[in-house]
Write a protein of this length. Structure first.
Length: 134
């Protein structure tokens, strides 16, 4: 089994993990928790809501971006050209950058997907000109 075929497993895992994080962050009702406190310091009301309920539909762009990168990396794992390995490396780097930039808000939920895509990019190998099939 060649290394290029092995890269499809971690790339697919990255895609599944990114979709799981997307769905969890979008719809889990306890993603956002807050409480209202009165002037005397008593807790008046505790609230919990999903990210969409709290921040609106605009937050979906931030949640879909890592999933889009994982899809790009997964599709790149099916090609054997050198450009596909470069694309996988770039998408893995962008996904890692996204997770570190968004840090402890939503980024930490995408760290497993970023690591899986990094493994996929590291195991993918560009086909040498002598191994190209026509």
């Amino acid at each position: 089994m060649n290394r290029h075929r092995i890269a499809k497993g971690p790339a697919g895992t990255s895609l599944l993990l990114a979709i799981a994080a997307l769905l969890f962050l979008s719809f889990w009702p306890w993603t956002y928790q807050g409480e209202e406190i009165s002037a005397n310091g008593e807790v008046v009301r505790k609230t919990s809501a999903s990210l969409i309920e709290e921040n609106g539909a605009g937050v979906l762009a931030w949640l879909f971006f890592p999933a889009f990168l994982s899809v790009t990396g997964f599709l790149g794992s099916f090609r054997q050209a050198g450009a596909s390995r470069l694309a996988m490396c770039v998408t893995a780097a962008l996904l890692l950058l996204f997770t570190f930039t968004t840090g402890f808000s939503i980024g930490m939920f995408y760290v497993p997907a970023a690591l899986a895509l990094t493994v996929a990019a590291a195991t993918a190998r560009a086909a040498s000109p002598s191994t190209h099939s026509v």
